[in-house]
Ligand binder design. Structure first.
Ligand SMILES: O=C(O)CCC(=O)C(=O)O
Ligand SMILES: [Fe+2]
Length: 337
């Protein structure tokens, strides 16, 4: 793959402390230039991540016949199988606000299918009991993580609004009160015989969110594209989460904040685990940058649009039915201004 090279030192913020004027100006710059920054002291323990890793391992090591029961042709549509986004990528979606109920509904489908499945291939009943136990444990962990990410997203939105203007976190908080979150658990499994230097784990895309909070394990591979088109590594760093601006925030801010273009490359023949928490406007929201955000010249770069219409546009227009770049909010609602 052409053009990768150096790594990018994104600004790092202590989310547990009030933000200083200097931090705010470097955060503002990062949101405008890259659409990416990092946070520490986010309150999620290593122990919770290690439990999430166990849950993820458990889910993704289930037989594909079982996972496909949650896939695109099922009613739940929570599982993205290999080959939709990339041959090396699969993911499970858990929706809020009740993350436990969402995980539970997937687990019920799996549980039911696994009984039929075990009947066909005679999975020992002890394994079945363990499987059911793991699913119950999993939904509890996912509930805890989903709730933590929800609270964190609310604090991050406030800080991002502060970047746009004085007192904006107070003036425009109400625009974000009906936001909701969903979590994608991602598993990347490159071929063991991988002999290429790099494989594309997840192609270049922008997120269809206001903001996304990403946890990547120590394998790394997340990259951001500069405005000039160069790829830079976002190296994994202990106790640090990466935040990126999504398309909905880019549109709502009249293009003042940049929806980050990013991708994942696999450089080693080992599995990689990541979690992406997407914080989004409610489906029916009309996205229209407030006049104060647009500024005095009143030059709007996006037509107003309903959130869900953009989601549909992205889902229909992508190659391979996955959200890839090529079609973004600019193509959908850009005025060309
Ligand atoms: O795996 C990662 O580090 C990023 C995943 C991502 O960009 C996404 O799920 O939208
Ligand atoms: Fe993404």
């Amino acid at each position: 793959m052409p053009g990768t090279q150096t790594s990018l030192e994104l600004p790092l913020f202590d989310i547990s402390q009030p933000i200083s004027a200097t931090s705010l100006s470097s955060l503002s710059l990062a949101c405008k230039e890259w659409g990416f920054f990092r946070i520490i002291n986010h309150g999620v323990s290593k122990d919770l991540y290690s439990k999430l890793y166990t849950v993820s391992n458990h889910i993704f090591s289930l037989p594909s016949e079982l996972k496909l029961k949650l896939g695109p042709s099922s009613t739940l549509k929570t599982y993205t199988p290999h080959f939709i986004a990339s041959p090396f990528f699969e993911s499970l979606l858990v929706s809020g606000p009740d993350f436990s109920a969402s995980a539970q509904s997937s687990s019920e489908v799996l549980n039911q299918s696994s009984s039929e499945f075990s009947f066909c291939i005679s999975v020992p009943s002890t394994e079945l009991v363990l499987f059911v136990y793991q699913l119950a444990f999993g939904s509890e962990i996912l509930r805890e993580y989903g709730n933590r990410m929800t609270n964190l997203s609310k604090s991050i939105i406030q800080i991002v609004l502060m970047c746009l203007g004085e007192d904006f976190e107070r003036k425009f908080e109400c625009e974000f009160t009906n936001c909701h979150g969903y979590l994608r658990i991602n598993n990347y499994s490159p071929l063991e015989c991988m002999n290429h230097k790099e494989l594309e784990g997840l192609g270049m895309h922008t997120d269809m969110s206001c903001i996304t909070i990403v946890y990547q394990d120590q394998i790394g591979g997340l990259q951001v594209r500069s405005k000039e088109g160069n790829w830079l590594d976002i190296n994994p760093c202990d106790d640090t989460l990466v935040v990126n601006i999504g398309d909905l925030m880019q549109a709502w801010s009249n293009g003042k904040l940049r929806s980050s273009e990013h991708r994942v490359v696999l450089k080693q023949p080992v599995s990689r685990f990541s979690l992406a928490f997407f914080w989004c406007f409610e489906d029916e929201k009309l996205i229209l940058a407030p006049e104060e955000v647009v500024g005095e010249r009143n030059l709007r770069v996006y037509e107003p649009f309903v959130c869900t219409d953009y989601m549909k546009f992205r889902q229909n227009s992508e190659r391979g039915k996955f959200e890839k770049v090529g079609f973004t909010v600019k193509d959908f609602a850009g005025t060309g201004g």
